[in-house]
Write a protein that binds this ligand. Structure first.
Ligand SMILES: [Zn+2]
Length: 285
């Protein structure tokens, strides 16, 4: 069950749902305005979030920021009667979705053509069982690299970071709360024949993300992670990226070297990360 949680006095979030791929939605409450982060995977999702905010006495959002173009972060936008903000890259990607039909046949057809992926196709069908009145609403305000919003007593910095998951990804840094809303930027590229990370993009992204002074890191399909959890995740990506380069994408060699480095058996999630880097190496080298 989804719940609305108060993380700090000025930041609230709604928990994710893995089955229908609903990501975390955030609300930053300033004295002048509330900023919503991501629009949700459907109009139902967006409306549910607004209802929950209202019940908790959080002033209704005046603006919504979109973190990247993936369906689960944007399909709720058409239910919101407020201006939306996105990077110019996100808007360009969203424009490509405007002509699409979302019937089962049309979605399956796009999976066949390699435009859509099976994982998202299944989640869309689960989220929209009754009717599928999906209309892509484009962002109102766009920016290139960086945008700062003062909500009254709290500042949000929207910064384009890109990365393997989606090259339009932005993060939202909630300065006074020391919260870094990463959304999906640290995840692998899923819109490819095999889920993958590439070494250069991963290392460049980590440099950018680590330049923010934060205590809490929001992973949209997981939870608000502590500094320690973030550092562990970042360290894993860094180590595997370096080993992938050194071992030229050889799965066994990377796994062996990683084992020596951590002085224990390799865990399942680490093996998955290694596999994703190997996939990236094989695809792009
Ligand atoms: Zn995504």
């Amino acid at each position: 069950m989804q719940t609305l949680e108060k993380l700090t006095s000025r930041f609230w979030y709604q928990t994710p749902v893995s089955e229908t791929d609903r990501p975390i939605l955030g609300a930053v409450m300033g004295t002048d305005m509330t900023l919503m982060i991501d629009a949700g995977n459907s109009e139902d999702h967006a409306r549910f979030f607004l209802e929950e905010l209202q019940k908790s006495g959080v002033p209704a959002p005046s603006l919504v920021a979109i973190t990247h173009w993936h369906w689960d972060h944007i399909f709720g936008l058409s239910a919101l009667k407020i201006p939306s903000i996105a990077s110019t890259k996100t808007k360009t990607k969203m424009e490509e979705l405007v002509p699409f039909s979302w019937s089962d046949e049309a979605i399956d057809d796009r999976v066949q053509q390699g435009i859509e992926i099976e994982f998202c196709a299944e989640a869309i069908k689960k989220e929209f069982t009754e009717h599928r009145n999906i209309s892509i609403k484009l962002p109102t305000i766009t920016f290139h690299e960086k945008l700062e919003i003062n909500l009254g007593g709290v500042t949000c910095i929207l910064q384009h970071v890109g990365g393997d998951h989606a090259n339009d990804s932005i993060i939202v840094y909630i300065k006074e709360e020391k919260i870094l809303f990463l959304a999906d930027c640290m995840y692998a590229n899923m819109y490819a024949p095999k889920n993958n990370y590439t070494t250069d993009a991963a290392l460049r992204l980590l440099d950018l993300v680590e330049s923010f002074d934060a205590e809490t890191y929001i992973f949209s399909h997981w939870k608000p992670a502590t500094k320690e959890e973030f550092v562990n995740e970042a360290q894993l990506l860094r180590r595997v990226a370096s080993l992938t380069k050194k071992c030229e994408g050889n799965l066994l060699a990377i796994t062996e070297e990683y084992k020596v480095l951590v002085e224990r058996e390799v865990k399942e999630d680490e093996l998955e990360t290694i596999q994703f880097f190997v996939n990236g190496y094989e695809q792009y080298n």
